[in-house]
Structures are given as structure tokens and as C-alpha cells.
Design a protein around this ligand. Structure first.
Ligand SMILES: Cc1cc2nc3c(=O)[nH]c(=O)nc-3n(C[C@H](O)[C@H](O)[C@H](O)COP(=O)(O)OP(=O)(O)OC[C@H]3O[C@@H](n4cnc5c(N)ncnc54)[C@H](O)[C@@H]3O)c2cc1C
Ligand code: FES
Ligand code: FES
Length: 494
């Protein structure tokens, strides 16, 4: 059985536990470390938050994740930091601020919050202000205290640390245990031991049986899989894609390639949003990310997992669909490329064989004449899936639309590409009449149903309003929201 080697706080661990076992269960049941709390076990409350440190050149970068959705197999060669591993003889600045601001009552949420806020301060060039404090808190629920005191505690801790962020500065100032300084060398040693030893997890490739099926469950970030099949995964045979060195190499990274931006399917939401090329193409990407899941989930959720999960309201799926992306699917050594527009054939029915792995997403290059936008409405602002979302990519030349991609989620069994609406736009100027026409055509393409997220009529209304927001956001010089106030064609009078 494969052994997983990693650092747990200041200790090196080698464990032969099944790689699909949850980090949370491993900590609480096998390591007797109860500081990491079990709340919802679905990624929603943040009580189980830990930091995962990964070597990046000479340093280790730490990111918060929810341990209730992460397999221990992924800990190979990484540094797992729990609340116990942050403790010092005195309270840390974050702990002290929480005490001083009365930001803890029953205390169940507190360890996770301390971990996330500390994680924010551990990046050397951290931007620490009210916005990033809110982002760090966005994946946490507190049932007792109220969020005002927590936000103030975050501000106070940030002010106490000032510009002295980053592991080295925090250790030097006595705000983080000194063992963190040894972590890079110790992780490098684990990596070289693993590489040297036959059978180490790092040498694995994705297995395919003779009949073409995968013998195991495929895990990318695990944020959908553990929620949907959490009882089955820990005991099942699993393939953690990040551990299969061949696949990992093929499926990670973002680069310009052959007229496209190649985005590896294992790219996490955060990696996508932080990439300079993506930020150049989509300047508002950071604002969009704030409305998607939480910091902890975005550090694990992959673009590939979002696409394959095929939720009709997948946020990245709708964006990638509007960007006219293509999907590269691999079976054995053979690749094929499928336009995303024809990938979804029905509810969770894909143009994909069971043994095909999505390795890359190809987004056609964007030039200065192209505008990109994305909109979402959900019941609450952070950490909620969309009721309706939509995205667009429009290229205008000589005042006419020459290329268009539009997609909307939550109004059909699949993430829906609006092809008729796109055709309506082509060749037209961007003005009120063109967009009113497009809004009307869009209503004929969607088929929302009433469910817990809202009635069919409400989703029709949202589709219209989000598309107005989309177009006025992409073309603020030509269009303004007030021009589009009026009834929704196609909605019933009730
Ligand atoms: C609390 C919470 C909040 C969330 N909020 C949002 C949100 O706001 N917006 C949103 O869109 N989603 C949200 N999600 C859903 C989820 O995070 C995303 O769908 C995510 O992109 C899934 O990616 P993953 O890597 O975790 O997939 P996994 O769970 O690892 O995999 C999902 C499925 O795809 C398969 N798979 C994964 N990668 C590949 C591949 N490369 N090739 C073949 N098969 C593959 C797996 O076998 C599995 O069946 C949320 C989830 C949680 C738990
Ligand atoms: S236990 Fe709630 S997010 Fe993990
Ligand atoms: S203090 Fe009780 S849940 Fe936050």
C-alpha cells in the first residue's frame, strides 16, 4: 500500500492510511488533534479549516482549505498546519484580537477563523486590508458572535502585524512558531525520498483497465465528489489526479499556446484568478472570484472538476462556455478536442467516455477589441451557488459585433450556450435596440423550472436583468441600465 509522507505541524508523518481518507478524519480520529472542528462536513462552515503548505521554489506557500473535503493522499510532500501548530506560549496577534474584540462565544468556529486569518498574514507580499480580511472570513459561519466583531478582529490583527507579513517576518517577530523556518528543507527531503523510492505515490499514473474503465474514483479537488459521495470515497480505490506525476505535469499550469490560453484542468479557481494573463483578459476576475464559493474551496476546486461535474449553474463552466473554450480529453495516449458548446448533451450527460480524462481547457486568444463579462445572483453573496449566472465574450470591429459567445446557467438542464442570441448579435451595432432584441431571443432559448432557488418566472427575470448587467458592464460607453427598465417577454402574468 502506498505511503503518504508529509509534515503535520512540526512532525514528519508517514502513513499507510487509504489515500481517500479525509484529512479531517485523519486529524481527529488518527492523530487525536481535536482543534480542527467537524461542522457541516460539506465545505460550508469553515470549522475544519487547515493550512496546506506547498513548496514553490525555495519557499513554502500556505493556503487555507477545508479539511473535510481533502483526501490525505494529497498531503504527499506537503505541510499540513492545524490550529495546534500555530500556538505559541502567548496568544498570537490573531488570537489576541479575537479575544479583545469579543469575537468568540461558544468558540466552535474560532479555530478555523484563526487559521484563515493567520493564513492571510503568512504570504510575504500579503495585501491585508478590509477587503482581504472579508475574503478570508467569507468561508466561515459563526452562529453566535456576529460578523462585525470578527471583521474588526481581522482588522486589528492586520494592523498589529502591519507590513511584517510572511513566514520569516512573523517568526522573527515571535508571531509564528520557529519550526516553520525548517519546513522548506524538510519538504525537499520528503520529495527526494519519495522520488527515490519505488512505489511512492508520486510515481503513479492514472490506471485504466483493459475494458477501458477506470478502476478507481477520480479525485481532482474533491469539492464535489466528497459532498456527493462522501460515505463511499474514503474506503474506495481512488486516483488522486494531483498525485499521478504524468497527469499532474500535463494537467497543470496556464500558458499561451497556439492561439489559445491553455489552462490545465487541475488549475484551481484561485490559481486561475491570480494568473496575470487571466487578469489582463478579464480585469474584474478578482471581483468575480469573491462571489464564487469561498477562499478555502477556491484553493481546492479545479476548473476541470467544475466542467466535468456538469452542474447547470457551474460558475467557471458558464464563463468558459462563453469564452468559446475547447476541451482536450485524453484516453490512454490519444487526445481529442471537443468544443465546449457541444459537450453537454443533457442533464449530466457528456460527450465523454467514462475512461476519458479532461486534461486541458483551451480558451481562444482575446484581443483589445474583445470584452468579457460575468454575472451571478445567489441567495447570499459569498459561499453560495448561483440561482442564475451568465457570461459573455463580445468582439466589436468597426462598431459591429464580429464575434460573440454567450452562456447562461440555471435555466436549462445543462450550462446553456445561447447560440440564437449570439447569431442575433453578429453584424449588429451595440445599441439599445440590438440588446433589446438579444434579450428577447434569449428568452426563447431558456427553459427554466421552478425549484428551491426560485420560480421559473423569477429565473426568466434574472436572465434578463443579468444580461442587461452583462452588456452594460461590457459596454458602459454605449449602454446604460436605465434604458432597459421594462416587462420581461415570455414571463407569465402571475
Ligand atoms: C461549499 C462549496 C461551495 C461551492 N460553491 C461553488 C460556487 O460558488 N460555484 C461553483 O461553480 N461551484 C461551487 N462549488 C462546487 C465545486 O467546488 C466545483 O464544482 C469545483 O469546480 C469542482 O472541482 P473539483 O476539482 O473539486 O472536482 P472533484 O470533486 O474532484 O470532481 C468532480 C467530478 O469530476 C470528475 N473529475 C474531476 N476532474 C476531472 C478530470 N480532469 N477529468 C475527468 N473527470 C474529472 C470527478 O471524478 C468527479 O466525478 C462549491 C462546492 C462546495 C463544497
Ligand atoms: S466541516 Fe464545515 S467546512 Fe468542513
Ligand atoms: S462563536 Fe459560536 S459559532 Fe462562532
Amino acid at each position: 500500500m502506498a505511503v503518504t509522507r508529509f509534515l503535520l505541524n512540526d512532525r514528519q508523518i508517514s502513513t499507510a492510511q487509504p489515500p481517500g481518507l479525509l484529512v479531517l478524519d485523519y486529524l481527529r480520529h488518527h492523530q487525536r488533534q481535536p482543534g480542527t472542528k467537524e461542522g457541516c462536513k460539506e465545505g460550508d462552515c469553515g470549522a475544519c479549516t487547515v493550512l496546506i503548505g506547498e513548496l514553490d521554489g525555495e519557499v513554502v506557500c500556505y493556503r487555507p482549505v477545508t479539511s473535510c473535503l481533502m483526501p490525505i493522499g494529497e498531503l504527499e510532500g506537503r505541510h499540513l498546519v492545524t490550529i495546534e501548530g500555530l500556538n505559541l506560549p502567548e496568544l498570537t496577534p490573531v488570537q489576541q484580537a479575537i479575544v479583545d474584540q469579543g469575537a468568540s462565544q461558544c468558540g466552535f468556529c474560532t479555530p478555523g477563523i484563526v487559521v484563515s486569518l493567520t493564513g492571510l498574514l503568512m504570504a510575504a507580499d500579503a495585501r491585508v486590508d478590509r477587503t482581504t480580511v472579508k475574503q478570508a472570513l467569507s468561508g466561515h459561519l459563526c452562529r453566535c458572535t456576529g460578523y462585525r466583531s470578527l471583521k474588526v478582529a481581522g482588522d486589528v490583527a492586520a494592523a498589529a502585524v502591519g507590513k511584517r507579513t510572511g513566514v520569516e517576518a512573523l517568526v522573527a517577530d515571535g508571531r509564528l512558531p520557529a519550526y516553520f523556518l525548517d519546513a522548506p528543507a524538510r519538504l525537499r527531503q520528503i520529495h527526494s525520498d519519495s522520488a527515490a523510492e519505488e512505489g511512492a505515490a508520486a510515481a503513479a499514473v492514472v490506471n485504466v483497465a483493459d475494458d477501458g474503465t477506470h478502476p478507481a474514483m477520480i479525485i481532482a479537488g474533491g469539492t464535489d465528489l466528497y459532498v456527493q459521495r462522501g460515505d463511499d470515497v474514503p474506503d474506495a480505490e481512488v486516483e488522486v489526479l494531483n498525485l499521478a506525476s504524468e497527469m499532474r505535469q500535463l494537467m497543470r499550469g496556464i500558458e499561451r499556446w497556439d492561439g489559445h490560453l491553455r489552462v490545465g484542468a487541475l488549475t484551481t479557481f484561485e490559481e486561475f484568478g491570480e494568473h496575470p494573463e487571466v487578469q489582463r483578459w478579464i480585469p474584474e476576475i478578482a471581483d468575480y472570484m469573491f462571489l464564487i464559493a469561498s477562499w478555502q474551496i477556491r484553493n481546492r476546486a479545479t476548473l476541470g472538476g467544475n466542467v466535468i461535474n456538469a452542474s447547470p449553474i457551474g460558475d467557471m463552466t458558464v464563463l468558459l462556455l462563453a469564452l468559446q473554450s475547447q476541451l482536450v480529453l485524453r484516453r490512454g495516449d490519444t487526445d481529442r478536442t471537443v468544443p465546449m458548446g457541444s459537450f453537454y448533451r443533457g442533464y449530466k450527460v457528456l460527450d465523454k467516455a467514462p475512461d476519458e480524462i479532461l486534461t486541458n481547457i483551451l480558451i481562444p486568444d482575446v484581443d483589445a477589441q474583445t470584452r468579457i463579462g460575468w454575472e451571478k445572483v445567489s441567495k447570499r453573496k459569498c459561499l453560495d451557488i448561483a440561482t442564475v449566472n451568465c457570461a459573455g465574450r463580445i468582439r466589436v470591429e468597426d462598431d459591429r459585433v464580429v464575434e460573440a459567445g454567450l452562456a447562461v446557467g440555471g435555466v436549462a438542464p445543462i450550462p446553456l450556450e445561447l447560440t440564437a442570441t449570439r447569431d442575433h448579435l453578429l453584424g449588429q451595432p451595440i445599441d439599445r435596440s440590438t440588446i433589446e432584441g438579444a434579450l428577447a431571443v434569449a428568452q426563447t432559448e431558456i427553459a427554466p423550472i421552478s425549484d428551491v432557488r426560485g420560480s421559473a418566472d423569477y429565473k426568466r427575470l434574472l436572465t434578463r436583468q443579468l444580461m442587461v448587467a452583462l452588456f452594460t458592464g461590457m459596454f458602459p460607453d454605449q449602454l446604460s441600465v436605465v434604458e432597459f427598465i421594462g416587462p420581461v417577454p415570455g414571463a407569465s402574468a402571475a
